[in-house]
Write a new protein. Structure first.
Length: 563
């Protein structure tokens, strides 16, 4: 694919095929743009001015990661170090020093390249998020379809599983990915938001897209995004939102890789979500709750209608247990209208049993094709058992509805992970990170903590975005938490600390709330509070929750995972 759109032209004609006529002037203009210039302008602007800083950063990275295997005087001098300073000395298997000027130069070049890629990814990310957020864009799939049309509709080159719902989407997506991977498929996964690194949103074979892959994916689509932006603004419309751009990047990257299957999570709602350009072979609808009411509707029924929009003709729709019969009826009726096959939890599939196990739980699941007994999933909470069951039913549907070999299922689910979802990041005391950010998610969190952990004292660390129903979220967890530490996150969307404090006091009372200016201070206060008891350290815990952003920040502080 790339920036080459020659495939759109016939052999005997110069007229393009499959491209809207009103985009031709922009396409012709794009032909004149040099790819190297695009790279420089978008990701590596001011490269010459930044060269010295990049080299210094690369040198620091070498020292910090022990890549320099001996005290090269030239490198040490550049860093302002002395040969007498403590340094790393390693020998190869023959007992000879492995350090050499050549290896130092190679290591420095590699580190410098790594710094350049990091800077390029960050520059691209900043340019994309500077666009309007998804909820501020007029509901339309036209912009995304226009870019994908020029690219040759890459989303149609692989089968897909499309996932919506209010809670459990990301965990279900990751388990679906793990199961399809265990079957031998190369899987691409698109989820949002990310916890720590934007590349998490686009996964290839279970790993975040490489920095080079991320840069290439952007360069592939950049000129065509610009073309559609220009056409849209010339007609008085908006440019593509940041989520629309990420969606196009993911769908194009999957085709370029290429993948055998794509697992795609909606960003917001369903019907007008940018990912709804997919004609998914299988759809999964996780439990629907109240969230994003400003954009999706003020009732469960309104939200259900919006999310039912991902159901397409003749696909298989896997529907998890819903909060009301009315919500289920809306989803089933939409499926009937589309002549889609419906698989409803409680009727066509169910979790027969769950049992706590070290590091997770054992589950038994009945699906339309089989009963799978004693499956281990390394995730806590009964809700994850239901997410795993939905993923398994979807995997069966993906291969035509037949049962999956039990050993493959075991291998797939055992490899599943869901960072930031009831994730234990420290012990003694146990510190758990969870991305629960709405009342339904908080209710699931409270139940899961009680069922999966034997805490005698639990302290919470909380922060939230300004548009969230904070009072209802806190009310769901209040009976389980002894004390709450609140803090404020960075960003204009974050709820101000004084407002958080007022709401927390209303739910917990002033004597059960502590205010901390920063997250590190909040975690320190919570740990101190949890340990201020004669109970064993193994029976006390800290739960950090309220926002995906907060969960990502906590993971970076407590469980550094360089990518």
């Amino acid at each position: 694919m790339g920036n080459d759109h020659a495939a759109f032209f016939g052999e005997d004609t110069e007229e393009p095929r499959g491209i809207p006529a009103d985009l031709l002037p922009y396409l012709e203009a794009a032909d004149e743009v040099d790819a190297d210039t695009l790279t420089t302008e978008v990701a590596l602007a001011d490269e010459e001015e930044a060269a010295e800083e990049e080299r210094a950063a690369a040198l620091r990275a070498l020292i910090e990661n022990s890549l320099l295997l001996g005290p090269d005087p030239a490198v040490l001098a550049e860093l302002g170090l002395d040969e007498d300073d403590d340094y790393w000395e390693e020998e190869d298997t023959a007992g000879e020093p492995t350090s050499s000027a050549g290896s130092h130069e190679e290591a420095l070049d590699a580190a410098e390249h790594d710094v350049r890629e990091r800077n390029a990814v960050e520059a691209i990310y900043q340019s994309i998020i500077a666009r309007a957020p998804e909820h501020k864009i007029q509901p339309s799939l036209e912009r995304v379809r226009a870019v994908l049309d020029i690219l040759g509709d890459p989303q149609n080159t692989y089968p897909s599983v499309h996932i919506t719902g209010t809670n459990g989407k990301t965990s279900t997506a990751r388990m679906t990915d793990a199961l399809l991977t265990a079957m031998g498929m190369r899987v691409g996964r698109f989820t949002s938001p990310h916890l720590s690194d934007v590349r998490e949103r686009i996964s290839l074979e279970g790993e975040p897209i490489s920095r080079a892959g991320f840069i290439a994916a952007w360069e592939d689509i950049a000129p065509y995004v610009q073309m559609v932006d220009e056409r849209s603004t010339s007609e008085g419309g908006p440019v593509l939102s940041f989520f629309e751009v990420f969606t196009v990047m993911a769908l194009a990257a999957f085709a370029d890789y290429p993948v055998d299957a794509a697992v795609v999570e909606v960003g917001l709602g369903g019907q007008w979500d940018a990912t709804n350009v997919l004609n998914g072979d299988v759809a999964i609808i996780t439990p629907i709750g109240m969230d994003h009411t400003k954009w999706l509707g003020s009732t469960l029924e309104d939200i259900a209608r919006e999310k039912a929009g991902i159901i397409k003709p003749r696909q298989t729709v896997v529907i998890a247990k819903q909060p009301t019969a009315e919500v289920l009826d809306i989803l089933v009726e939409r499926a009937r209208e589309c002549d889609a096959t419906v698989r409803v939890e409680g009727r066509d599939w169910e979790v027969l049993s769950t049992q706590l196990a070290v590091g997770g739980q054992m589950i038994t699941v009945r699906t339309p094709a089989a009963v799978y007994e004693d499956l281990f999933i390394p995730l806590h909470g009964e809700h994850q058992a239901h997410n795993a069951a939905a993923a398994l039913v979807a995997a069966e549907a993906f291969i035509g509805g037949r049962a999956v070999d039990g050993q493959i299922v075991e291998r797939g689910l055992m490899s599943a992970s869901s960072p930031g979802r009831l994730e234990v990041v420290r012990t003694s005391p146990t510190i758990i990170v969870d991305a629960a950010h709405n009342p339904a998610g908080a209710r699931v969190l409270a139940d899961a903590v009680e069922a999966s952990f034997d805490f005698t004292r639990l302290v919470g660390v909380f922060s939230a975005m300004g548009d969230k129903d904070v009072e209802s979220i806190l009310a769901e967890v209040e009976p389980r938490i002894e004390h709450l530490v609140i803090t404020e996150m960075d960003g204009e969307r974050a709820m101000p600390l004084d407002q958080l404090q007022e709401l927390a006091h209303d739910v917990f009372g002033e004597d059960r709330v502590t205010v901390a200016d920063t997250l590190p201070q909040a975690i320190e206060a919570a740990v101190h509070d949890a340990e201020a008891t004669p109970d064993p350290a193994t029976s006390t815990g800290v739960i950090i929750f309220g926002s995906v952003v907060l969960a990502g920040m906590a993971r970076e502080l407590l469980r550094p995972t360089p990518m």
